[in-house]
Design a protein around this ligand. Structure first.
Ligand SMILES: *Cc1c(COP(=O)(O)O)cnc(C)c1O
Length: 392
């Protein structure tokens, strides 16, 4: 069945009363029949039926056999890094989510694990960066916020040859638009806070894989470290996923329309959106995904102009995050990517005039009118300032 159907009609939730909305097993512990008879669940940190339900739903959508749901995307990525031991090395894309860079740089490295950044859009660089110590390669495609594209299938064949685990952070597209496991990745990681949940009311994360041994390791750490998704959050996430395909379809279509609109604006310098034929990764992206997604970045050449545009977009909330039903606008350099350590800022931080928008499900005409208004309001202001100063 198609994704849209599988989002709304996951397996039966097994409720004895036929409840269409599954019950929330809001319990920390489960009664045993006797001291030596164990049921399927004993303690919610180790497993909970509501969490299992959403885990199976996410695994199914990603085309994987197993998923583990976590309290946030970062908790999921932290669990992923537990596959790597002291003395080994993580190779990762050079344009990652700021929180991931913070985790790798300020936490993971303290435990004697090497972290190397490489431009994963360049296959030769990836090939040359792999060493006998490399255990895990983690990338995002498209990256956030610069929307760079990496060839997932080609990288999967490189990592397979060199015995490196290959994980793709698929938060930017969701399984409706891209399924990295089918392209050869060993693991998919999600910030479920973004598209999967879709309503900005849950933080969650997931790790998906087809490999039962990798799953066992991830599930072991989920239990050992206690970062599993709580029952109520699992239920909210399960509910959010029902509309995932519908939301993503609208958001993806509107984003393409807005990216084209932005491309024609005088005040806009560069538009980064992998659904545009002018994007350098367009062809690779079109091969491995069925849409450009909902996130668009663009520059104006001047951070103060960008700031004024952001602050004039009244239909877009100024907020970090993306993938929600409501459109948001941000300046990654001072917002989501402010957590990139100062020493890495120069190399890894996005341009200071970069504006990122995440397109929601509002009518695209309203969003464009709002953006147009913000762009127009900004232009005269700078022209007025120029003419005022020339008079002095
Ligand atoms: C938001 C995000 C994360 C972190 O997820 P949280 O749910 O905020 O912890 C990781 N990767 C990407 C690509 C993200 O956008």
């Amino acid at each position: 069945m198609k994704t849209a159907t599988r989002c709304v009609r996951p397996e039966s939730n097994g409720d004895p009363f036929g409840a269409i909305s599954p019950p929330i097993y809001q319990t920390a512990t489960f009664r045993q029949e006797s001291v030596d008879e164990f049921g399927e669940y004993d303690y919610t940190r180790s497993g909970n039926p509501t969490r299992s339900l959403v885990e199976r739903q996410i695994a199914d959508l990603e085309g994987g056999k197993h998923a583990s749901a976590f309290a946030s995307g970062m908790a999921a990525i932290a669990a992923l890094t537990r596959l790597v031991s002291t003395g080994e090395e993580i190779l990762c894309g050079s344009d990652l989510y700021g929180g991931t860079i913070r985790l790798l740089d300020q936490v993971v490295q303290r435990f004697g694990i090497g972290v190397k950044y490489v431009d994963t859009s360049d296959l030769d660089s990836v090939k040359n960066a792999i060493t006998p110590q490399t255990k895990l390669l983690l990338l995002e495609s498209p990256t956030n916020p610069l929307l760079r594209i990496s060839d997932i299938e080609a990288i999967a064949s490189l990592t397979r040859d060199s015995d490196v685990l290959f994980a793709v952070d698929n938060s930017m597209l969701s399984p409706c638009l891209q399924r990295p496991l089918a392209l050869g990745a060993d693991l998919v990681v999600h910030s479920a806070t973004k598209f999967l949940c879709g309503h900005s009311d849950v933080t969650g994360g997931a790790v998906v894989t087809n490999d039962p041994q990798l799953h066992a390791q991830i599930a072991f750490h989920q239990n050992a470290e206690g970062a599993g998704l709580a029952p109520f959050e699992s239920w909210l996430l399960h509910r959010g996923i029902k509309t995932l395909d519908l939301r993503v379809e609208r958001q993806n279509n509107s984003a393409l329309t807005i990216a084209k609109f932005l491309t024609g604006q005088r005040i806009v310098k560069n538009v980064y959106y992998p659904g545009l034929a002018t994007h350098p990764g367009f062809e690779i992206h079109a091969r491995q995904a069925t849409g450009g997604g909902a996130v668009i970045s663009f520059t104006t050449g001047d951070p103060s102009i960008s700031k004024r545009i952001v602050e004039s977009c009244t239909l877009f909330d100024i907020a970090v995050s993306f993938g929600s039903v409501g459109s948001v606008i941000s300046m990654p350099c001072t917002m989501s990517h402010a957590s990139v350590p100062a020493a890495l800022r120069e190399k890894l931080a996005p341009p200071s005039d970069l504006i990122r928008i995440s397109v929601g499900i509002e009518a695209v005409e309203d969003l464009i009118a709002n953006l147009e208004n913000a762009l127009e309001n900004t232009e005269p202001l700078s022209a007025v300032a120029a003419s005022a100063s020339s008079r002095i």
